[in-house]
Write a protein that binds this ligand. Structure first.
Ligand code: GLY
Ligand code: MN
Ligand code: MN
Length: 429
């Protein structure tokens, strides 16, 4: 890992909170993610399962975590199984956790090698009534590729058919969404690295640079600051490309007079930032670009004020929709008379602003959370309004990451330039 290890108190606390929510006499089993084949004999770079990381701090493939608070053998109340490293693995693949290192990273005392898993599980599972399995219940996820936890569930059901199987995700959905201090610090670090990447490209962009050259600058800044890399495929969309929401070809040249929509951010210690900015290629917004930009910024500012404990998703989105509608009328994109007659189920603003304003942020960029629970202290949400105008060949999105606190909220990207004047000033300095 490139990042500095996180304080293991995070993982100790997470396991404690998780254990407290289990039914009596329950064992929970968590698997690390699969390694995904790329081609030939190559794998994609390993990415840890977010729940596995949340509960263990272990960032390594082929690992298993057992949590069994009522286990009659105290040795196995928490056990971590790891790939046994060897001289051969060290030479060919590099460093893997030793037992001492895994103990330090996770705060778990009982560290065993993977070869012992079946035997140890068998000696304790029959003392449990419930077996908690972790499936991916992110409601944006569509299940097409079986993953370790789900494959192991099939095996367990055959071997232990009379246990009661339960869902860990129901517990994790409530826990993961409330961030602790260590998580907030990791997210702030990801935001800081993202800021530096942005300021670097503000000084780099000029007419004639290609989107991929900007991407290279950002990647350089991220890696030199120990980010794992990009939090998601970066979007560097100049001119009309910005009207494709998930554009990430990043292969066009940026032209004088256009604006570029950036949506990029760093991942640090598995925690993600998520930022969007829209800047003028030649360092000066046109009057129209600036008007649209300021309209989006006003919506972002007003929406941010609603990101406080107790806010309800649907009401928030409806409210932002009304603010956005007013701005679109002001820009001449919507007509007040048409708006007055609109079908409330299909509001007209969606023609120019077709995505949600916010999502939770954390170990996943679109973090695991309930859509129906009011916002809580400790949530980190994005705020990302945009206006997309294909007929004018450009789009503007601005996105900051907001932490909800007991006194309101804190903008974790408050120090990233966002005012049009400030952006122009840096670009022309
Ligand atoms: N970068 C992904 C998003 O803004 O949701
Ligand atoms: Mn986002
Ligand atoms: Mn984004």
């Amino acid at each position: 890992m490139k990042y500095q290890p996180l304080n293991n108190e995070l993982f100790i606390l997470n396991r404690k909170n998780f254990s407290n929510r289990l039914k009596p006499c329950s064992i929970a089993i968590f698997h690390s993610n699969d390694e995904f084949p790329r081609n030939g004999d190559q794998n994609f770079i390993f990415k840890q399962n977010p729940d596995f990381f949340y509960l263990s701090g272990i960032d390594q493939e082929q690992s298993i975590l057992l949590i069994f608070p009522d286990c009659p053998n105290p040795l196995y109340k928490e056990v971590l199984f790891l790939r046994q490293t060897s001289e051969h693995i060290a030479i060919w693949e590099g460093h893997k956790y030793t037992k001492e290192e895994a103990r330090a990273a996770s705060g778990i005392d009982s560290i065993c090698w993977l070869s012992e898993y079946e035997t140890i599980l068998h000696t304790i599972i029959n003392y449990a009534e419930n077996v908690y399995i972790n499936t991916n219940e992110n409601d944006r996820y569509s299940h097409t590729v079986p993953y370790r936890d789900i494959r192991m569930l099939e095996t367990l059901r055959v071997k232990y058919p009379l246990h009661n199987y339960e869902r860990s995700a129901l517990i994790l959905r409530d826990l993961r969404v409330v961030k602790s201090d260590v998580e907030i610090e990791a997210t702030k670090k990801a935001c800081e690295i993202t800021r530096d990447g942005f300021i670097r490209v503000l000084k780099f962009v000029k007419p004639g640079v290609a989107e991929y050259e900007i991407e290279a600058e950002i990647t350089h800044e991220f890696l030199r600051q120990r980010a794992t890399g990009h939090a998601y495929s970066p979007i560097l969309a100049s001119g009309k490309n910005a009207n494709c929401l998930h554009y990430n070809d990043n292969n066009q040249v940026c032209h004088d007079g256009d604006v570029i929509l950036f949506d990029f951010a760093a991942e640090y210690a598995n925690y993600n930032a998520d930022m969007s900015r829209t800047i003028p290629v030649n360092g000066r917004y046109t009057k129209r670009q600036r008007d649209v930009y300021n309209a989006v910024l006003r919506v972002m500012r007003q929406a941010t004020q609603m990101l406080v404990a107790g806010t309800i998703w649907n009401e928030y989105h409806d409210e932002v929709g009304k603010i956005m509608t007013g701005e679109l009328i002001g820009l001449g994109l919507l007509n007040k008379h048409d708006v007055d007659k609109q079908d409330p189920k299909m509001p007209l603003y969606k023609k120019y602003f077709m995505h949600g304003t916010s999502h939770h942020l954390g170990l996943d960029v679109h973090d695991f959370a309930s859509r129906y629970k009011p916002f809580e202290v400790g949530n980190i949400l994005t705020c990302e309004p945009g206006i997309y105008i294909p007929e004018e060949g450009f789009a503007v999105r601005i996105e900051n990451d907001i932490l909800i606190t007991k006194n309101g909220n804190v903008d974790l990207m408050a120090d990233i330039p966002v005012e049009a004047d400030h952006i122009e000033e840096i670009m022309n300095s």
